[in-house]
Structure formats: structure tokens, C-alpha cells
Ligand binder design. Structure first.
Ligand code: ACM
Length: 453
């Protein structure tokens, strides 16, 4: 069984194996190839962006790609194929279905230190995911230092769900995360969630809201709002967004916009136009949760992140189509299949259940991103993302436990051609579990998969 995860576009296996022996070339160090290999790497092939061709024969082992990301992806495949310093004879031609293949970490509900975030970057890079969305602010914590606003971290970062102290990233910490990610061909997508989910900022600076509020360490949503008709709010947003844009080399800034239940409809539309306009002036492409599609004044190219269900309720599909109508695109994150913090069916140890109950590996696998909303197909989709919220999770081991193995299913939705059978997927997942063991990635050994011990 040489099955690769995510499933490649084409794989033709031959007979036998080839030992890896000779020294590696200069690119392999850069790309983290295991030492003791004999893989000939070459750039400038005719592959698609991010794609690669791996050819293993008795004569040679060659990995060819058009770009370095493609070589990196090919090396992730080689890591899965290698057994006892040997590779099976095979030819793999592979490239991603979507440009944006993401995971999200909520570092606001529980703060995760830099070394936990970089571990998660390693974990997702293995799956050929190439974006990490960091949910940096929420009611329970503000996690990034902003020059000129010291109370955001003195007060706003001191809390988290359930107490026990919070934490924050200095801008140098953030730059370290960005650089670590870039070495693994992962782009950081920072989120400042507004105008709701802002209690932490308002607890630090009451003038940003309707006056003094207590810090919050619970898990309710929808009760906070920035002061929409105050110019001080937009001066704050300008400072935050300008500083964040300056330390974010990637193209995207995520402005949140979800569950603004304490903001009137008129105020919400006014706010979204102002806030997205500010961010666009700093040269970034705006991403927002699909609710900001209620605005018809979005900057060019604004990306909507859909987080309702695989069968859209009420007007959620319509709000998502609005991004397409305004020339933008969509990231699919249906909560009932792609939210990694939902409980597994057989363990309630961690996680929530509001997104239509527990989520199995089968649930996470058996859907197609292009079939959720009529009018949002492959052409309109920028990609797929698996968010993970941390109301019930406080360590990287707990995060990994909830993410793996379901994130593997979502990564396959993002990378592999449509289709694929669940039985074939779980057979490949069983083998992949050995690599997770070897790399010390924690995962839920669900009985849905016949893990190899
Ligand atoms: C969300 O789950 N409120 C984006």
C-alpha cells in the first residue's frame, strides 16, 4: 500500500523498491528533505503551480516542479512513501485543486505560545496546506501587541476562557511565526475580528465601545460591538491594520465580521464599508466571514469565508454569493464538516456540538466544496479551510487531538480532484497514522480507521 495523502492526481505504481543512498543536493536542505537521500530535484518543469512529478525507477529518483512550493509538496509525498530508506517504484503527477488550502487556529479563546503555532505549521505543511489563518482577537483576548495601544496587551491579553492568564505575541514573535511558515510554503492570514467579538479591546479602551466593560472569560458570543459612529474607532482600526499589514507579507487580511449581533443592520453595513476600505488602502486583499457579504460596497477581490452548513440555512448562501457578484471569491469552511473543534461521535472529552452535532471522519470526508452553494463552484472558490476554535482546548496536544485525523480529510478536499472513496481514504489514513506517530503528532485513534500499530 503506497497510498498518498492527500490523494494525488495520478499515481502509477511499478514493481519493487529503490534504496535511497547518495548525498542530497543544495535544494534538499532548503526544503527539509530527509538526509541520506538520492533524489534528483529540478525546478523549471512544466508542472502547474504547486504541482510536482515524482518518478522512482531503478535508474533514478527524480522530483520535478515548476516552483519551489511544488518541490516542497513532492517532498511531503516522499516522506510518506519512504520505508527503511527505500522508495517504491512509482510515478506520481500531482497538483492542487485549489490555490488556497487552509487551517485556522483560534489563539484568542486560549492563547497558544509561538512554539505551539510553529508545531501546528509543521503539522499542516505535511498535508500540503499552504495557509494558516490566525484568529488573533476575540471577546476573551487580544493577542498581538500594537504600538501606541499598550492596554490591548496589558489588559486585553490578560484573559482567556476559564481564566488562568492569557498571553500575546510581540510583533517580533509574529514575524517569527510568519518566517517559520514561509519556509514551509505556508502564508499567514491574520484576523482581527470586528465589529463584534471585541470585548477584550473594549475592556482595555472603553472609548472603543459604549463604555467600560468587564474582561470576559466565558464562551458566549454576539454581545460586544465597537462604537460604529465614532471616529476614534476608525483611528484605532487604521493603527491596527497599518501595523499588521506592515508585518504581514502575505496578500490577505481577515477582518472577521461574524456574529455581530450587538450591531444594528445599518451600523454593520456602515462599519464594513469603512473598515474594509481602510484595510484595502494598505494594499491587502480583504477576507471576511460570509456575513460581510451583506455589504454591497466591498473592495475589489474581497474573499468571503463561508462557515454555515453544507446545506445552507436562511440567507447564508445568498450573502456568500455576494462576494462572487462583487468580483471576489469564496473560501469554504462549512461548520458541520470542516470545524475541527466539533466533538467526535465517540468522545466528548473536548469540543462543542452546536454545528449539527458530533462530526465523524466520514462526515469530514463525504462532501464536496463545489456542491455547497449553487453558483459557487470550482471557478468561484479560492479554496477550503479547516478552522479550529479553542473554547475547550488549551494546549497543542489537545489541538492536534481534535484536528487529526479530520484535518486530513479537509486537506484532501482542498488538494485532490473531486471524488474519492471514503474506504480508500481511510485505508490510506491508516498508513498515514504511522507517520503521525513517528512525527509525534497527537491524534484521535478513532475506531472508524483500522490504524496500523
Ligand atoms: C464563526 O464560527 N463564528 C465564524
Amino acid at each position: 500500500m503506497t497510498g498518498i495523502i492527500p490523494r494525488p492526481v495520478s499515481q502509477v505504481d511499478g514493481e519493487g523498491t529503490v534504496a535511497l543512498t547518495t548525498a542530497s543536493g543544495p535544494l534538499s536542505g532548503l526544503l527539509g528533505l530527509p538526509s541520506g537521500d538520492g533524489v534528483v530535484l529540478s525546478l523549471g518543469g512544466g508542472q502547474r503551480p504547486g504541482g510536482y512529478t515524482l518518478a522512482v525507477s531503478a535508474e533514478a529518483v527524480t522530483l520535478e516542479a515548476a516552483d519551489e512550493a511544488g518541490l516542497f509538496h513532492g517532498i511531503q509525498t516522499i516522506k510518506q512513501l519512504t520505508r527503511d530508506h527505500a522508495l517504491p517504484v512509482t510515478r506520481i503527477d500531482d497538483y492542487p485543486r485549489f490555490d488556497y488550502r487552509g487551517a485556522m487556529l483560534d489563539v484568542a479563546r486560549h492563547f497558544l505560545p509561538v512554539e505551539s503555532v510553529t508545531k501546528y505549521i509543521d503539522d499542516i505543511a505535511l498535508l500540503k496546506l499552504n495557509h494558516l489563518h490566525l484568529h488573533l482577537t476575540d471577546d476573551q483576548g487580544w493577542r498581538l501587541a500594537i504600538d501606541g495601544w499598550p492596554k490591548l496587551t496589558e489588559i486585553g491579553a490578560s484573559t482567556q476562557v476559564g481564566g488562568g492568564g492569557g498571553g500575546f505575541y510581540t510583533q517580533a514573535d509574529y514575524a517569527e511565526i510568519v518566517a517559520y511558515a514561509a519556509e514551509r510554503f505556508v502564508t499567514i492570514v491574520p484576523e482581527i475580528d470586528m465589529p463584534g467579538h471585541t470585548n477584550a479591546a473594549i475592556s482595555a479602551y472603553p472609548e472603543l465601545g459604549a463604555g467600560p466593560v468587564e474582561p470576559y472569560e466565558g464562551i458566549e458570543v454576539g454581545f460586544s460591538s465597537l462604537a460604529i459612529r465614532s471616529e476614534a474607532t476608525y483611528a484605532f482600526i487604521d493603527d491596527v491594520v497599518r501595523q499588521l499589514a506592515a508585518i504581514t507579507p502575505g496578500p490577505y487580511l481577515h477582518l472577521g465580521g461574524d456574529e455581530s449581533l450587538a450591531t444594528t443592520d445599518d451600523d454593520f453595513l456602515y462599519f464594513i464599508e469603512r473598515a474594509t476600505g481602510i484595510a484595502a488602502r494598505y494594499g491587502k486583499t480583504i477576507v471576511g466571514w460570509h456575513e460581510i457579504g451583506r455589504s454591497t460596497a466591498l473592495p475589489a477581490g474581497t474573499v468571503g469565508q463561508y462557515w454555515n452548513f453544507t446545506t445552507p440555512e436562511e440567507s447564508h448562501g445568498e450573502h456568500t454569493l455576494s462576494f462572487v457578484a462583487q468580483g471576489g471569491s469564496v473560501i469554504m469552511s462549512p461548520a458541520d464538516v470542516a470545524y475541527l473543534d466539533m466533538q467526535y461521535p465517540h468522545t466528548g472529552e473536548f469540543g462543542l456540538v452546536w454545528a449539527q452535532g458530533p462530526t465523524s471522519v466520514r462526515d469530514a470526508y463525504e462532501w464536496d466544496p463545489a456542491e455547497v452553494i449553487d453558483g459557487v463552484g470550482d471557478e468561484q472558490l479560492l479554496g477550503v479551510e479547516a478552522p479550529l476554535w479553542t473554547e475547550t482546548l488549551s494546549t497543542i496536544e489537545e489541538v492536534e487531538f481534535m484536528a487529526f485525523p479530520r484535518i486530513v480529510a479537509i486537506a484532501e478536499k482542498a488538494w485532490s480532484p473531486a471524488g474519492g472513496s471514503y474506504e480508500d481514504f481511510t485505508a490510506r489514513l491508516a498508513v498515514f497514522g504511522q507517520l503521525l506517530d513517528a512525527l509525534e503528532v497527537n491524534y484521535y485513534r478513532t475506531a472508524e480507521v483500522s490504524w496500523i500499530r
